[in-house]
Design a protein around this ligand. Structure first.
Ligand code: ZN
Length: 301
């Protein structure tokens, strides 16, 4: 039952990834709204010869494997981004609910036999689309150096849903699940309670980037990064957002070192920050608690 459920979610996720990739990433145009109707029009086409793809060429992952990454009519190479996004999206749709049922103490069997309360599906569903949103934002920022404003609205709405559901049903979960740092959040946060932690996270995250923005006169960080810190602060709250920011600078530093050792001496004027930030958030969610226990055991605090 559980394996079947995960398999179905994975397949659904790859199809969703194919849709997200086509509509929101490949067709994204910084001049237009993310939800511009033009992006939703028309069937998927080959990016080279513009031939409309047939149903058998649209099967997520499998089409790419059977066609060996080439368009069936013009034989030109199709970007590896297509199967990669499909796979990651499938992994998110199957993996996030799986991870979170364990994290919150929701019965996996009840969840996959559709016997869990409706709010639990909604709760894990919102978390899942947060991660899909992070994936799409990651790729758009990497390609266009821009974080469309729609993402901030999206994250704030999702964050508010998560906090409200938790406020009503948090007692059904394992203790200390307001934060992915679990019990360590008690020492690291001046506020307890999910709603005040979310507010505090949004304010601290936004202020931190606003200060960086002012110090670098808008060259190091963009306005989009400030807004992203606020909106993801609403989703993840304090102290998670603090750890995510810290880790994103470490990832960014490792990246810069990598460029340095490969002999790339001049840094580009613009470096998209969202990809590092997304990595920081993901690391906080999955490894935040482990990182904290390691940190506190090494320094014996
Ligand atoms: Zn083609």
């Amino acid at each position: 039952m559980i394996i079947l459920g995960i398999f179905i979610l994975f397949c659904f996720g790859t199809a969703l990834g194919s849709f997200l990739n086509n509509v929101f990433i490949a067709r994204y145009d910084p001049e237009q709204s993310l939800f511009s109707p033009a992006h939703f029009m028309g069937r998927s086409r080959c990016p080279h010869c513009k031939k409309t793809l047939s149903a058998s060429e649209l099967v997520p992952l499998l089409s790419f494997i059977f066609l060996r990454g080439k368009c069936a009519s013009c034989k030109k190479k199709i970007s590896f981004q297509y199967p990669l996004v499909e796979f990651v999206s499938g992994y998110i749709v199957a993996g996030v609910p799986f991870f979170l049922t364990k994290f919150y103490g929701i019965s996996l069997l009840a969840f996959f036999s559709l016997a869990a309360p409706v709010w639990q599906y909604f709760f894990l569903g919102v978390w899942t689309i947060v991660f899909l949103g992070l994936l799409v934002m990651f790729l758009i920022d990497m390609k266009h150096y821009i974080i469309p404003d729609e993402f901030h609205v999206f994250f704030i709405v999702c964050g508010a849903c998560i906090a409200l559901i938790y406020a009503f049903h948090g007692n059904d979960f394992f203790p200390f699940r307001e934060s992915f740092l679990q019990n360590y959040a008690l020492i690291l946060s001046p506020f307890q309670g999910i709603i005040s932690r979310r507010f505090f996270g949004a304010i601290v995250g936004g202020l931190f980037f606003a200060v960086l923005f002012a110090l670098s006169r808008g060259r190091g960080m963009g306005m989009g990064d400030i807004k992203l810190a606020v909106s993801s602060g609403v989703v993840f709250g304090w102290p998670d957002i603090g750890l995510a920011i810290f880790l994103s600078f470490i990832f960014g530093g490792i990246w810069a070192l990598g460029l340095f050792f490969r002999g790339v001496k001049t840094m580009k004027d613009k470096v998209p920050f969202a990809p590092f930030f997304v990595c920081g958030l993901v690391a906080t969610v999955f490894f935040g608690h482990a990182l904290m226990s390691w940190y506190f055991s090494v320094f014996r605090l």
